[in-house]
Design a protein around this ligand. Structure first.
Ligand SMILES: *[C@@H]1O[C@H](CO)[C@@H](O)[C@H](O)[C@H]1NC(C)=O
Ligand SMILES: *[C@@H]1O[C@H](CO)[C@@H](O)[C@H](O)[C@H]1NC(C)=O
Ligand SMILES: *[C@@H]1O[C@H](CO)[C@@H](O)[C@H](O)[C@H]1NC(C)=O
Ligand SMILES: *[C@@H]1O[C@H](CO)[C@@H](O)[C@H](O)[C@H]1NC(C)=O
Ligand SMILES: *[C@@H]1O[C@H](CO)[C@@H](O)[C@H](O)[C@H]1NC(C)=O
Length: 832
C-alpha cells in the first residue's frame, strides 16, 4: 500500500467548514497564515501489551533498564549497526498510575533522527504499550556530502496531491452540472473547494523557489552558510508578508549577510552535528535555533534518511519546528506549527451601521454568559496543584522582578501580587497584538477583591463597539485569570503535573522544567472571532491569545466563554502529554493534528455538562450561532450528529478542526457509556487534600488499594464522567508521537487496563464501534483531504458480544472460532 503524505491543515483552523460569505466585515478578520505538512512513516507502529519477558518481568526492575533492554531487543538486527538511542530526560513516572513513560530518540552515526521516536510505557517490569518509529534499514552508510542529496521532495509531493484534489473536485462539479443540464456555477465551485486554494497558496507558493535559488551553486560553502541559506528559504515560504518574501528572493545576499550565526558548543552533548543559533532572521521575533539532524522520508514501503536543518522559528503568529534539507536545493521536508487555532471563525453576523483573592466571575461550570450570571468566587486554589495560590511566585521565576531582586530573593522567597500575575497564569490585555506581555495592562486589586463591572452596551459603530469592549477589560482579564487557573488546577489533579510537562513558573521541587506559566492575552488585537495557543516544549511559556468576536452588538468577548479557553489550554495539555514534554511536534497534521483539536472540545464539553444529559454545541455564544462553530453539536442522536470514522473521507473534512470534531464526537459517545454504567459526579474536581496532604477518597474515588508490595494503587474515579476524563488524559501519555485515531483509541483502552484492570474494555470498544471505529475499521492511503478511503466497522472483540453472532464466511467476526487470528492481530499487530 502506498502511503501518501499527510498535510497539516492547522491552516484550515481559521477556515470555516461553512464558507465565509463575502462581507464588508471581512477586513476585520485577519486569517493567520500557517504552514504544515510532513512525511508519513510507513513503519511506525503502536502495540499494546502486556508484553513481558522472563528477563525482566519483576516489579523490582528499574523501568529504565527494562525499556532500554526492550528497545534493544525490538530493534536488534533491524537498524543500522551504528544506530544508537538515548533515553530522553523528559521521561517520567506518573505518580498516580505508577506507569513510567519513557521516551527514546534514535541516533545514527551520532546524528539525531528527529522523527526516530520510541515510547515505552512500563509498570512492574511489564510493558503496557509502546510506539516505535525508529529508522529501519541495515545500511545507513550513505554519502551525505553536498551534491549527494536525497531525491524525495516531500513538499512538492504534498502540493501535487493538493492540486490533484482540487482538480478532481472541480471536475466532479462540472460533471454534475453537465448531467443536470445546468451551467457550472462558479460560486458553487468556490464553495466546494472551501479553503483548499488558501491552503495551497500558503503552503505551496514557494515549492519551486529552492530550485531556482540553487541554480549555479557550487557547493563550496561552509556549514554555517548552508544553515543560513536553508533558513532564508524557509522564511520565504513562511512569512505572511508577500512583499518581504519577494524581497528576500531579490536581495537574498543582503539578508544572508545580516544573519549572524553563533556556533553552540555542546561539550557534554552527543551531537555529532553542528548546532547553531541564528540572529537577525527576517520576520522572526527571536534568534532561531538550528541543528543538523536526519529525518525519514518515504521510500516505497520503507523510509530513507535525509539530512536536514531542524529549526525552531518563533514568529509573531507562528512558532515553527521545521526541517529543511541541509544542502541546496533547500526543500522543506516537514513543518509543524506549535501554534494551534481554536474554533473556526464564523462569518460575522451583518450588523446595522454600527487573604484569598475573590473574583466576580462566571463560575467554573458556567460555559458562557448565556448560562448564568456572575457571582463572587474565591481563589479556590487547590493545595496540591497550586501550593502557593494563584497570586504568588518566587522572585527567581518572576519575569517582572529585576535581576537584583531575583538574586536577593533566593529560591524560596515568594512575591505576592495583587494583580492577575501568578505562578500558573499571567493574564492581561493585548490590544496591540504584539508579543510583549510583561508591562501590559492588568487589573490591580489592592485588597485582592477582583470585583469589576460587566455591563456592555449596544453601540452605533464598530469603533465604538471596540471601545465598549475595552471598557470591561478589568472584568475580562479577571475572568481569563480565574478560568486559566481553574484549568491548571483541574488538569493537575488528573495527572498533568510538573514531570509530565505542565505550565508553571516554579515547580516546587517536583521535577519537570520551570519558567513556563501560560501567558494569556485577553482581547488580543491580532484578530477577531478566534483564539489560539502556542505550545513550545516544556520549560518555555505557553501563549494563549483570546479574541473579541464581532458577531453581535455589543461584541462578545471570547475570554468569557470557558469552553473556548479550555479548548485552547487543552492544546497545551495534549501537546505536552503526547510523545513527552520536550517533544512539541507530535500533533502537527492529519489525524494527529485533528485529535489535538478534538480533545479540547471533548474536555470542555465534559466540564460544562451536568447530570441531566444534553447535547452541546461548541462556541455557540461567542459565535452567536445556535449550532456553534462546528458542523454539528455533540450529540448521541445520530440524526443530530451523524459523524463516524468514515466521515473523514467527505469533502470539507481536510482541516484539523473538522477531523477533531469527529474525534470529540466519538469520545462523547464513549463517555456516555461510562456514565450509564457508573453515574455522574456533579463535581469534576477531586476533593482537596486534608492537612496531612492526603486526598479524602470520599464519594469521588474508590477506596485506596495497595499492591502486594504495599505501594498505593492508582486512585480510580467512581463516576463515569470523572473516569473518562482520567482515561482520556492517561491515554495521551500512553500513545505514540503522531498517533492515528486507531492508536489513540487503543491507548485509551490500554489506559483503562492499566487503571482498572480492564473493567471497561467492552464499554469502550462498544462506544468506539458505535462511531465506526470498531475492530476492523480500515484506512487506505491516509491523507487528510478526503483522498484516503476509510471503512467504518462496528465489530467489537468477541468477549464483548452479548448475542451469538451469525458467522460471515467472508469476514468472520471475532466471535467465530476460526477467527482467533484476527484477534491476535489486534493485540500484536498495528492496525494502521
Ligand atoms: C441573570 O440575572 C438576571 C436578573 O436577576 C436574570 O433576569 C437573568 O435571567 C439571569 N441570567 C441568567 C443567564 O441566568
Ligand atoms: C506571601 O504570602 C504568604 C502567605 O500567603 C506569606 O507566607 C509570605 O510571607 C508572603 N510573602 C511576602 C514576600 O510577603
Ligand atoms: C480598572 O480597575 C482599576 C482599579 O484596579 C481602575 O482604576 C480602572 O479605572 C478600571 N478600568 C476601567 C476601564 O474601568
Ligand atoms: C436535573 O433535572 C432535575 C429534574 O428536572 C432537576 O431537579 C435537577 O436540578 C437537574 N439537575 C441539574 C444539575 O441541572
Ligand atoms: C433525533 O433527532 C431528530 C431530529 O432532531 C428527531 O427527529 C428524533 O426524534 C431524535 N431521535 C431521538 C431518539 O431522540
Amino acid at each position: 500500500m502506498r502511503r501518501l503524505l499527510v498535510a497539516s491543515l492547522v491552516a484550515a483552523g481559521l477556515a470555516s467548514t461553512f464558507a465565509h460569505p463575502a462581507s464588508s466585515d471581512n477586513t476585520l478578520i485577519r486569517r493567520r497564515k500557517t504552514l504544515g505538512f510532513g512525511p508519513e512513516n510507513p513503519n511506525s507502529v503502536y502495540r499494546l501489551g502486556p508484553l513481558a519477558s522472563t528477563d525482566f518481568s519483576d516489579s523490582s526492575y528499574d523501568p529504565y533498564l527494562v525499556a532500554r533492554q526492550f528497545i534493544e531487543q525490538t530493534t536488534f538486527g533491524d537498524v543500522p549497526t551504528d544506530s544508537t538511542f538515548q533515553i530522553r530526560k523528559d521521561s517520567y513516572t506518573d505518580k498516580n498510575t505508577r506507569i513510567t513513560h519513557i521516551y527514546a530518540r534514535q541516533y545514527i552515526n551520532g546524528v539525531e533522527v528527529a522523527d526516530g521516536d520510541f515510547n515505552v510505557n512500563v509498570r512492574d517490569g511489564i510493558i503496557i504499550s509502546y510506539g516505535d518509529s525508529f529508522y529501519r534499514g541495515l545500511d545507513a552508510s550513505l554519502d551525505f556530502a553536498p551534491n549527494a542529496v536525497g531525491t524525495a521532495d516531500v513538499h512538492a509531493e504534498f502540493c501535487n496531491q493538493l492540486a490533484e484534489e482540487m482538480e478532481s473536485r472541480v471536475q466532479s462539479l462540472q460533471q454534475q452540472s453537465v448531467s443536470s443540464g445546468e451551467q457550472v456555477i462558479m460560486g458553487n465551485a468556490v464553495q466546494d473547494l472551501g479553503d483548499l486554494p488558501t491552503i495551497y497558496e500558503w503552503n505551496c507558493a514557494h515549492v519551486q523557489t529552492p530550485y531556482a535559488m540553487a541554480e549555479g551553486k557550487s557547493f563550496t560553502e561552509t556549514e554555517s552558510d548552508y544553515s543560513k541559506e536553508a533558513l532564508l528559504q524557509f522564511m520565504i515560504a513562511a512569512t505572511p508578508d508577500n512583499h518581504l518574501s519577494q524581497d528576500m528572493i531579490d536581495r537574498s545576499g543582503d539578508y544572508l549577510n545580516k544573519m549572524k550565526v553563533s556556533f553552540e558548543h555542546n561539550v557534554a552533548g552527543s551531537h555529532a552535528m553542528p548546532s547553531f543559533t541564528i540572529d537577525n532572521v527576517p520576520d522572526a521575533v527571536n534568534p532561531v535555533k538550528a541543528n543538523m539532524v536526519f529525518v525519514q522520508v518515504p521510500n516505497g514501503d520503507a523510509t530513507s534518511l535525509e539530512l536536514v536543518w531542524k529549526y525552531e522559528v518563533e514568529m509573531k503568529d507562528n512558532w515553527y519546528e521545521a526541517a529543511v534539507t541541509a544542502y541546496p536545493p533547500h526543500r522543506i521536508v516537514s513543518v509543524v506549527d506549535w501554534a494551534s487555532d481554536s474554533p473556526l471563525p464564523v462569518a460575522p453576523v451583518p450588523k446595522k451601521p454600527a487573604s484569598e483573592a475573590t473574583y466576580n466571575v462566571f463560575k467554573w461550570g458556567i460555559n458562557d454568559p448565556s448560562e448564568g450570571n456572575r457571582t463572587v468566587e474565591k481563589e479556590n486554589f487547590d493545595s496540591l496543584a497550586s501550593p502557593a495560590g494563584w497570586h504568588s511566585l518566587p522572585y527567581t521565576n518572576d519575569p517582572q522582578s529585576e535581576f537584583t531582586e531575583r538574586k536577593k530573593g533566593g529560591k524560596t522567597a515568594f512575591r505576592n501580587t495583587t494583580t492577575t500575575w501568578g505562578n500558573n497564569v499571567f493574564a492581561h490585555e493585548n490590544w496591540d497584538g504584539r508579543n510583549a506581555f510583561i508591562n501590559n495592562y492588568r487589573p490591580d486589586a489592592a485588597s485582592k477583591e477582583f470585583h469589576f463591572p460587566y455591563d456592555p452596551k449596544k453601540t452605533d459603530s464598530s469603533s465604538d463597539a471596540m471601545d465598549e469592549a475595552r471598557k470591561h477589560i478589568n472584568a475580562t482579564v479577571t475572568q481569563l485569570f480565574y478560568t486559566g487557573n481553574m484549568i491548571h488546577d483541574i488538569y493537575y489533579r488528573y495527572g498533568f503535573d510538573e514531570v509530565s510537562g505542565n505550565f508553571q513558573q516554579h515547580n516546587f521541587g517536583r521535577g519537570g522544567e520551570e519558567n513556563d506559566g501560560v501567558i494569556m492575552n485577553a482581547q488580543d488585537g491580532s484578530g477577531f472571532n478566534n483564539a489560539n495557543f502556542m505550545t513550545p516544549p516544556d520549560g518555555q511559556n505557553g501563549r494563549c491569545r483570546m479574541y473579541l468576536w464581532n458577531t453581535a452588538n455589543p461584541y462578545r468577548d471570547g475570554d468569557l466563554e470557558a469552553g473556548i479557553v479550555i479548548h485552547e489550554y487543552s492544546h497545551g495539555l495534549s501537546t505536552r502529554l503526547t510523545g513527552g514534554p520536550a517533544n512539541s511536534g507530535c500533533l502537527g497534521w492529519g489525524e494527529s493534528g485533528g485529535m489535538g483539536e478534538g480533545w479540547g472540545d471533548f474536555l470542555a464539553t465534559t466540564i460544562r455538562s451536568n447530570a441531566n444529559y444534553s447535547d452541546y454545541p461548541m462556541g455557540a455564544w461567542a459565535a452567536n450561532r445556535d449550532n456553534g462553530i462546528r458542523n454539528y453539536p455533540y450529540s448521541l442522536n445520530t440524526t443530530i450528529n451523524p459523524s463516524t470514522y468514515q466521515t473523514l473521507d467527505k469533502p470539507g473534512y481536510w482541516g484539523v478542526h473538522a477531523i477533531g470534531e469527529v474525534w470529540a464526537q466519538m469520545l462523547w459517545v464513549v463517555s456516555q457509556r461510562l456514565i450509564e454504567k457508573y453515574g455522574f459526579s456533579d463535581s469534576i474536581y477531586p476533593p482537596l487534600p486534608n492537612e496531612k496532604g492526603e486526598v479524602p477518597v470520599g464519594d469521588f474515588y474508590r477506596p485506596q488499594e495497595y499492591t502486594a508490595d504495599g505501594e498505593k494503587k492508582p486512585l480510580i474515579p467512581i463516576h463515569g464522567n470523572t473516569l473518562i476524563f482520567q482515561l482520556v488524559i492517561n491515554g495521551m501519555k500512553l500513545q505514540p508521537c503522531r498517533p492515528s485515531f486507531f492508536q489513540a483509541r487503543d491507548a485509551i483502552i490500554a489506559a483503562d487496563k492499566a487503571l482498572t484492570g480492564g473493567e471497561n474494555f467492552c464499554e469502550l470498544w462498544k462506544g468506539f464501534a458505535a462511531s465506526g471505529l470498531g475492530l476492523h475499521a480500515k484506512v487506505i492511503g491516509r491523507n487528510p483531504w478526503g483522498g484516503g478511503v476509510r471503512t467504518d466497522d462496528a465489530t467489537v472483540p468477541k468477549e464483548c458480544l452479548t448475542t451469538t453472532p451469525k458467522p460471515d464466511p467472508e469476514d468472520p467476526l471475532p466471535g467465530d472460532d476460526d477467527d482467533d487470528e484476527d484477534w491476535e492481530d489486534y493485540w500484536t499487530g498495528d492496525y494502521e
